[in-house]
Design a protein around this ligand. Structure first.
Ligand code: SF4
Length: 298
């Protein structure tokens, strides 16, 4: 690589999530950046919701959250994520060249350890890297450059999940927020998994928008989402699964925005959010019934 290296540790391999991966035969490497607009410029999360921005793990949990004032303080982890985000905006090609340099090193390290490499490019961002070509690498994307490496990501951008040209080595799980339940249903109905954060405990099954009960699998065992049950590895399944996660960080545990699901604990909750949610559900069901009676698939 001709350019100077800016990050000795571009990918984290020692976060709580990444460490769990070794029990499953993987070296898990995660790229963390300053989420949404927290770097003070640009937006790394095009489909973020108010709830997820307010609770984002990339800012309010783990090492990034070790500050006295969660909203205003800065620490070295946050500074490093801002620096990397600025790098991405100032010099996207340089950023990607450096990512490639580090992935090459990780491939060697995984081989030495006898582990499979799993890379998450968006630990705390939602950048469609599959759409960015790297000029210094024959205009290939990072996924094309490493066809034998498994990549995983969570995303709130439905088009990324449904895209027929999604790289074969990129596994995407759609993330539920308090505003995207229609997208969640579309993903599930097309056999893709949806990550949902549940307060206190995971239910065995859950109906997004009271629509249909989907089986909930435990997503906290590891971050290797490509190993999750899915229609692709479970014969006779054609719908997706809900990947259940418990809230991480102080803020998320107390969340009342609707981002963290609570109605599995109190099915008949009557707060404003629940009433508004049920109202939207009724509208959706009415739309679906009208479409059916007009002869269209709902
Ligand atoms: S989209 Fe994801 S990474 Fe971005 S702010 Fe929301 S939770 Fe954080």
């Amino acid at each position: 690589m001709g350019q100077a290296i800016q990050f000795q540790r571009f990918f984290s391999t020692d976060s709580a999530k990444a460490i769990k991966a070794s029990k499953f035969g993987h070296l898990n490497a995660i790229n963390y950046m300053a989420p949404h607009k927290s770097a003070g410029r640009g937006n790394l999360c095009a489909s973020a919701s108010p709830g997820c921005i307010a609770l984002c793990l990339g800012w309010y949990s783990g090492q990034a959250s070790f500050v006295a004032d969660l909203e205003n303080d800065i620490n070295n982890v946050r500074k490093s994520r801002i620096k990397k985000t600025n790098y991405f905006f100032n010099d996207t090609q340089g950023f990607l060249n450096e990512a490639v340099y580090h992935i090459n090193k990780l491939v060697k390290r995984a081989n030495k350890l006898g582990l499979k490499l799993c890379v998450r490019m968006n630990g705390s961002s939602d950048i469609p890297f599959e759409r960015i070509k790297i000029q210094a690498c024959d205009n290939k994307t990072v996924f094309e450059l490493f066809p034998n490496v498994q990549f995983v990501d969570y995303t709130k951008i439905l088009d990324r999940v449904l895209s027929p040209s999604k790289p074969h080595n990129l596994h995407l799980t759609l993330s539920r927020s308090e505003t995207n339940w229609r997208d969640c249903l579309t993903a599930l109905e097309n056999g893709h998994n949806v990550a949902v954060v549940f307060a206190e405990e995971l239910p065995d099954e859950y109906a997004i928008c009271k629509h249909y009960n989907y089986e909930v699998i435990d997503g906290d065992q590891h971050d290797l989402r490509h190993l999750d049950q899915s229609k692709w590895n479970r014969p006779n399944e054609y719908l997706g699964f809900i990947v259940g996660l418990l809230p991480k960080g102080r803020k998320a545990k107390l969340d009342k925005s609707g981002f963290v699901v609570r109605d599995h604990l109190e099915p008949y909750m009557q707060d404003d959010y629940a009433l508004e949610y049920r109202e939207e559900c009724r509208e959706y069901e009415l739309d679906a019934l009208q479409a059916l009676s007009a002869g269209y698939a709902a």
